[in-house]
Design a protein around this ligand. Structure first.
Ligand SMILES: Nc1nc2c(ncn2[C@@H]2O[C@H](COP(=O)(O)OP(=O)(O)OP(=O)(O)O)[C@@H](O)[C@H]2O)c(=O)[nH]1
Ligand SMILES: [Mg+2]
Ligand SMILES: [Zn+2]
Length: 301
């Protein structure tokens, strides 16, 4: 007799294999029935056990409340499903990119997710003022910024995770896995030992993994990002991704204004008068241009 379908959550995906946690906390290693893998970490799924202990086949995918992915002109990658908050992890060192922060925020806004910036390693005080300075403009935009040293205490982060499914994103070496280990000592997520020689002793995270913090709160650790391609976003989603631009859209002289060099552009005027950041306007244009280039490539000209 065939096994009944059971429900679970994808807590890790590697290649075409998915680790699914059942409501009792058991994990079952599943493969998809179809050739194409369409599942992501955080997905709620239905699966059927095979005759091999601890193995199963994925049968169903519940509708997603959110889906985080990144894409460039050539490939698309699912990051996680059903998250409600993005925690962007940066550190006093190694140095981090404000462009990557803006891209993560754009992805968060496009999916209506809460966003929090976490500045880690504040024990390295020498580099602290420089890091705080880079984050200043994001604080002015209203994004919450939390400072801590994950190796000492993550107590300040805890209340922000309550009742949410949060994903830690950011460049490699910022301390995402250290945060997970501090919150869940039993997690033992591999952390990266920064060393001068390129390859020795590194334990960089290679796939996303979901952890249950408590009955209502989940936390996903993810591999370090160097870039965050947003070619899958619609032009409207990109506009929404820059929250401080919203008063200016629709205010330009020309209705089809591209916000480049046109006379009477409200965004250019806002940048000229310092009401919005020129750097963010340039990034907005760049993301839109990447998007258009990817669309042209997909059309074949
Ligand atoms: N000084 C200091 N070092 C820290 C702190 N938190 C983490 N680190 C160190 O930073 C290095 C990188 O930490 P990880 O947690 O592996 O970083 P990660 O963001 O998970 O990196 P990837 O998995 O490669 O994306 C490790 O050597 C940690 O010991 C901190 O609060 N202070
Ligand atoms: Mg890691
Ligand atoms: Zn304009």
């Amino acid at each position: 007799m065939a096994q009944a379908t059971e429900g679970g959550v994808v807590v890790a995906s590697f290649g075409r294999q998915y680790e699914v946690a059942t409501p009792t906390g058991e994990t079952v290693l599943c493969v998809p029935r179809a050739k194409r893998s369409i599942y992501a970490c955080g997905d709620e799924v239905g699966f059927r056990r095979t005759h091999e202990a601890g193995r199963g086949v994925l049968e169903a995918l519940a509708p997603r409340r959110s889906l985080l992915h990144r894409a460039d002109a050539f490939r698309e990658k699912l990051i996680a499903a059903n998250v409600t908050q993005i925690v962007i992890v940066v550190a006093t060192e190694p140095s981090f990119s404000d462009e990557l922060i803006s891209r993560c925020l754009c992805a968060a806004e496009a999916q209506n997710l809460a966003a929090l910036i976490l500045l880690n390693k504040i024990d390295l005080t020498e580099r602290l003022p420089a890091a705080q300075q880079i984050l200043g403009p994001f604080r002015s935009l209203g994004y919450p910024i939390l400072e801590l040293a994950a190796e000492s205490s993550v107590a300040a982060l805890r209340p922000h995770l309550e009742g949410r499914t949060s994903i830690l994103v950011g460049q490699s070496g910022m301390g995402k896995s250290t945060v997970v280990n501090a919150l869940l000592p039993e997690a033992r997520a591999a952390t990266r030992e920064i060393s001068l020689s390129l390859d020795s002793g590194k334990h960089t995270t290679t796939f996303a993994r979901l952890y249950h913090l408590d009955e209502h709160s989940r936390l996903i650790d993810s591999p370090g990002l160097q870039t965050f391609g947003l070619t899958h976003l619609s032009p409207t989603a990109i506009e929404q991704g820059f929250r401080e631009f919203s008063p200016y859209f629709g205010q330009c002289r020309f209705r089809d204004c591209q916000h480049l060099e046109e006379p009477g552009c409200a965004l250019v005027a806002a940048a000229d008068s310092g009401q919005i950041s020129r750097r963010r306007l340039d990034l907005f244009r760049q993301i839109r241009a990447e998007n258009e280039a990817a669309r042209r490539l997909a059309r074949g000209h």
